[in-house]
Design a protein around this ligand. Structure first.
Ligand SMILES: [Zn+2]
Length: 371
């Protein structure tokens, strides 16, 4: 394991921030996997899984079982880790301006399309290699003048030419669930089975360029741009939601890390017997079929259903209780599916997202992710 520290844009004179990157295996020897933890910095289960993953990768490297290269960023957002406000940690948004750390990651499609224009042929493998080089060069050329953009640029520079990107997050209170590209449903289902995911949510574009799509959807858009020249989908990127923010048990994190290693083995990054694939706990469903349940007014939230519950249409999920009027408003599902996440706090502002249900039928369009 070699460890690099990459200096980030300094928040102020006299202060410094940096990214730590652990590198395992050899570049260009085989598939490259990029794994980062807690891009939204307050996702501590992801930090713990990365902690348990490191010794597994070190052992694989020491035993000569790494066919490719693995980059592990054990804490993807150090500036966000330091964001305390009145005794509370805030990691999702940059406090200075409210920017979501996992949106508006640079889209390299135009730069790469221009770089490879006229140079691709009929060999899909050669085209993929040319695009991978161009992705690395386009990412290397990115510049940024403010901290959140600088962080996204640095992370994308590490991930842009990867074959596999595992972006480790968590939700408020949740069961294990994944977000991935629709054409990569099979690989997402495989990872979901290994991790015991209870929802696998698919989209070709969820809106506002989250990190996983900045890595994977770029290939999809480039394939359309360079057609009829063949270009495979050269990157599988997935957002892994490691349950809820309070889910930090060692045994569970160790099992999650082992499942990620098993996935790397199945993808040819680690030399190990793949073993049997556990039975899937869910089938992939469209992200556009996920129903966000919202608070109809401000009040105390009383949940009747928990993450992992399978719900029918019209089920009573929660009450919102106004302490002044005494109004108790029940919140029902409009769709059938698994309740895969719910809010961790029990006071709702008007319109607050209470819970999410993974429905099987696409009903929404436009921006599909929460703010
Ligand atoms: Zn997140």
């Amino acid at each position: 394991m070699r460890t690099d520290t990459l200096e980030l844009l300094a928040p102020a004179p006299g202060l410094s921030a940096w990214l730590t990157v652990h590198r395992f295996g050899k570049p260009d020897a085989g598939p490259k996997a990029f794994i980062q933890a807690a891009l939204h910095a307050d996702e501590v289960p992801a930090l713990l899984v990365a902690h348990h993953l490191r010794p597994l990768l070190q052992a694989a490297e020491a035993e000569g079982r790494l066919r490719g290269e693995v980059l592990l960023v054990p804490a993807a957002n150090p500036p966000g880790l330091g964001q305390q406000l009145l005794g509370q940690h805030h990691g999702r948004f940059q406090l200075a301006d409210g920017v979501n750390f996992n949106r508006f990651v640079p889209d390299l499609t135009d730069a790469v399309a221009a770089a490879v224009a006229g140079s691709l042929g009929d060999d899909a493998g050669a085209n993929a290699a040319a695009v991978r080089r161009a992705l690395a060069e386009a990412a290397a050329a990115l510049r940024a003048t403010e901290p959140a953009a600088d962080l996204k640029r640095r992370l994308l520079q590490l991930a842009a030419d990867a074959d596999i990107v595992l972006d480790l997050h968590c939700d408020s209170e949740a069961v294990m669930h994944l977000y991935a590209l629709t054409p990569q449903a099979d690989m997402a289902a495989e990872l979901g089975a290994l991790l015991g995911a209870q929802a696998v949510l698919l989209a070709t574009e969820s809106g506002d360029s989250p990190f996983d799509e900045a890595c994977s959807a770029t290939w999809l858009k480039l394939a359309q741009r360079v057609a009829p020249r063949p270009l495979p989908l050269g990157c599988f990127a997935v957002t892994v939601e490691l349950r809820g923010q309070a889910d930090t048990g060692h045994a569970q994190a160790a099992a999650d890390a082992a499942a990620l290693m098993a996935f790397l083995a199945r993808r040819g990054v680690v030399d190990a017997a793949p073993g049997a694939l556990p039975a899937a706990r869910c089938q992939p469903t469209p992200l556009a079929g996920s129903e966000p349940l919202e608070a109809p007014h401000a009040g105390v939230v009383v949940f009747h259903r928990a993450p992992g519950d399978r719900l029918e249409v019209g089920e009573h999920v929660a009450d919102v209780v106004c302490p002044l009027s005494g109004q108790v408003t029940p919140v029902h599902t409009g769709t059938a599916g698994v309740l895969y996440a719910r809010m961790a706090t029990r006071w709702a502002a008007p319109g607050a997202p209470l819970a999410k249900v993974a429905g099987a039928t696409a009903t929404r369009s436009g921006k599909l992710l929460s703010a």
